[in-house]
Design a protein around this ligand. Structure first.
Ligand SMILES: [Zn+2]
Length: 312
């Protein structure tokens, strides 16, 4: 029933990010400008579906988001496999990969690829409990960002639940380093992400961004930032069977002399790195910390997520 989920929301507010062509309208409840019930768990109001092409396999996939009871967490369900096996979205289930984030069961026979943008949308919209049913091995890419998943959650509605939210609170610095690359989690009262993208490509330069993460800032400033690729590596990636679903409008392609396509933000690359951090660290749970990333990527995100889960 259209709009029926709204009955469960108090103080409905509409947030419109209208300064870009990819209009996103988000409706949710606010109390005096702050997120409501931040100490309680949330799920979505009803099931919603989306079918699209996946970034790496280039194959079509149907994703169905389904409400889940309290304390379920984020669970993927491979409905295309016998018995519809489940994979919990936790850092302990990360399977190594440097171009995306794959999770799988202990022995790896059941896996789900490229979960990070969907997880980012789930965490960015403060959803704790949800089932993500998928009829393929890879999550569809949407428009290359998290905007499609934000719109799905918005369409489904956000519903508070009774259980208190179990946040992962960072109470001392935790970090991983690899030469000039660093990823640090510092104690903080909310979630803030700082990222420095350092490129020797002149027209890309150094991109430095910092965001206090709320539903508003996530939806308007982070979620629309798309995946990044370098023209010179695309052929090699595709030869390895990666990036087969990428299109000019779903990937920010850094060409030899300029971007191939129109940017949504001048610093879209750094913003997408923030999106990846929110998604990857979201596998450790709802994290309360100031995350600082310097030239870091998925594999460092995975290491920090595991470290946080082990230490907190
Ligand atoms: Zn990404």
């Amino acid at each position: 029933m259209p709009g029926s989920h709204k009955r469960s929301l108090a103080g409905l507010q509409r947030v419109t990010c209208s300064r870009r062509e990819h209009l996103i309208i988000v409706e949710y409840c606010t109390v005096m400008g702050r997120m409501p019930d931040t100490d309680r768990e949330h799920t979505i109001g009803r099931s919603v579906e989306y079918t699209g092409v996946s970034l790496h396999t280039g194959k079509s996939a149907r994703l169905r988001l389904v409400p889940a009871p309290e304390s379920t967490g984020i669970v993927f369900v491979r409905v295309d496999l016998p018995g519809s096996p489940e994979v919990r979205a936790t850092a302990a289930n990360i399977i190594e990969g440097d171009r995306a984030t794959t999770i799988g069961t202990g022995s790896g026979e059941v896996s789900v690829r490229t979960v990070e943008h969907l997880i980012a949308a789930i965490r960015g919209m403060s959803i704790d409990n949800i089932r993500c049913e998928l009829d393929a091995e890879e999550v569809p890419m949407g428009d290359g960002s998290a905007a499609t998943f934000v719109e799905m959650i918005n369409e489904a509605g956000i519903v508070p639940q009774g259980s208190p939210r179990q946040e992962v609170v960072i109470d001392r610095p935790v970090w991983v380093s690899d030469g000039p690359r660093h990823l640090i989690a510092l104690p903080y009262h909310g979630l803030k992400v700082t990222y420095v993208f350092d490129s020797d490509v002149p027209f890309v330069g150094v991109q430095h961004v910092e965001f206090e993460i709320s539903r508003d800032s996530f939806v308007c400033e982070i979620a629309p930032a798309r995946t990044v690729g370098f023209e010179e590596e695309i052929e090699a990636l595709q030869a390895r069977g990666l990036g087969l679903g990428g299109r000019a409008d779903t990937v920010v392609v850094v060409g030899r002399h300029g971007y191939l396509g129109t940017l949504r933000f001048p610093d879209e690359i750094a913003r997408h790195k923030v999106l990846d951090i929110i998604g990857d660290l979201g596998l450790a749970g709802p994290v309360r910390a100031h995350i600082v990333g310097i030239a870091s990527g998925h594999s460092m995100n995975h290491r920090l997520a595991r470290l946080i889960m082990g230490e907190c």
